[in-house]
Ligand binder design. Structure first.
Ligand code: F0G
Length: 429
């Protein structure tokens, strides 16, 4: 097989069908592909030819999935082995009102919240669960701030593999908890935060032979690379100037850099966009490391309204640093108020996203105000999760529980009388 597991730190390689997440030296493994051979085999037209027709009942991954369309760069498995909803094929939105507010004319929103379970995690999970089934895993597990667990639960159910999710008790959004329960995951509400759950799941998976499907798993990241492939393919292989994303456990940051690096190695793009990773100020370990020139990995006790990125000890730190080095990338941070105001703006144009996703938009606005992103540059912000994931945060913002909501849309109590309704509506029409 031309693809393998490889340690970026010491260069040791392992076969793809070995169950391991770390190298013997402790380094986090990459799935690597024979880019030299693929360079002669793969052209832009290879992917153009795999068009998606009208949806059909029987999923053909290469045709229907925005992940498996790029299968040579993801995982070489036979199509029959693939577990797919299908996922991907997400829209790239543009809206003048949002562009004006952010201060960039050419702002595009890649909406990963429009994946089957409402977040980008489906792109990693289709690959992770395919690999789990291929390896004959008895069960799969993850720790999660909510979206990974929702996605794992769905894909494991599809594949008929038992799933176990470790979630921080009381700290995940309602929509996400509902999904894990509904899809049938064995749900462990850990009395602790995400970082405690993450430590616990790694320990238990190693001890009990359960297949770990956090982004520490290199196959997850292979799937998430397709966000980049789809963005750049969708722009006719012309990379934007910036790709901006929210950063928590740093899986996406790691995957994006690897994807861009591979596209360049394959000669499919000539230049790289710059990555900008955005953290919440209360959950900013990666930002702090960045400010220290990445001399050391920082951990914090994380606190933010954006529960998806409430993470103090991100596991994909090293691979994320590599991504930023490859792309001349940067890290910034935004406050919870900036996040919630940006979310209100994304919501108000009729598109909507969950709080963590809005960090990307808040981050673009901040970087424009600081003169780092120029108003005439092309910027793609990745919206990672769906508006419906976190109704609690949205409702509290609009109903006055949020201290500095600049765009609150307060509901009005009203008597059940036409007279009264008319009196109120006449004021606003
Ligand atoms: N946005 C959303 C909506 C997320 O759910 C996550 C991560 C991120 C951004 C950050 O991405 O971890 O790759 O840096 N959610 C994980 C989870 C941690 O468990 O669902 P990252």
């Amino acid at each position: 097989m031309r693809s393998q597991l490889e340690c970026p730190q010491c260069g040791t390689s392992y076969p793809l069908n070995e169950v391991r997440y770390l190298c013997n030296c402790g380094g986090q493994l990459d799935v690597t592909h024979d880019l030299l051979a693929l360079r002669t085999e793969i052209k832009r037209a290879t992917f153009d030819a795999r068009h998606r027709g009208a949806p059909q009942p029987c999923v053909q991954p290469e045709r229907d999935s925005g992940v498996w369309r790029y299968r040579e760069l993801i995982l070489p498995v036979p199509p029959a082995a693939i577990v797919s909803r299908p996922e991907g094929n997400t829209p790239l939105y543009q809206h003048p009102r949002l562009s004006d507010w952010v201060g960039v004319d050419d702002l595009l929103l890649k909406h990963e919240g429009e994946n089957p379970t409402g977040s980008f995690k489906d792109r990693g999970m289709t690959v992770g669960v395919t690999q789990a089934r291929w390896l004959g895993a008895c069960a799969v597990a993850c720790a999660s701030t909510g979206n990974t667990s929702a996605s794992l639960a769905a894909y494991a159910a599809l594949a008929g593999i038992p799933s176990i999710v470790f979630i921080p008790q009381g700290k995940i959004a309602a929509g996400k908890l509902a999904q894990a329960l509904a899809y049938g995951a064995y749900t462990l509400q850990v009395a602790g935060d995400f970082d405690d759950a993450m430590r616990l799941v790694q320990h238990i998976c190693n001890e009990m032979g359960i297949y770990l499907l956090n982004s520490l798993n290199p196959f997850r990241l292979e799937g998430q690379k397709s966000i980049i492939f789809e963005i750049i393919h969708g722009l006719d292989w012309q990379p934007p100037d910036w790709i901006v994303l929210p950063a928590g456990n740093l899986g996406n940051t790691a995957a994006f850099g690897k994807a861009l690096h591979e596209l360049q190695q394959l000669g499919l793009i000539e230049r790289l966009p710059r990555l900008a990773a955005v953290q919440a100020t209360g959950a900013n370990p990666f930002y702090q490391s960045y400010r220290m020139g990445f001399r050391q990995a920082v951990t914090v006790h994380a606190e933010t309204i954006a529960t998806a990125i409430r993470i103090g000890a991100p596991v994909s730190y090293e691979r994320a640093v590599r991504s930023l080095r490859w792309t001349n990338g940067i890290v910034t941070q935004v406050s919870d108020t900036e996040i919630m105001d940006a979310k209100a703006m994304v919501d108000r144009i009729g598109i909507g996203c969950e709080p963590a996703s809005a960090a990307a938009v808040a981050g673009v606005r901040k970087l424009v105000s600081e003169g780092i992103i120029h108003p005439d540059e092309r910027v793609v912000a990745v919206l990672t999760g769906n508006l419906l994931k976190d109704p609690g945060a949205t409702v509290s913002y609009h109903t006055g529980e949020w201290p500095d909501a600049h765009f609150a849309n307060q509901p009005r109590p009203i008597a059940a009388q036409a007279e009264e309704v008319r009196r109120v509506l006449e004021k606003i029409l």
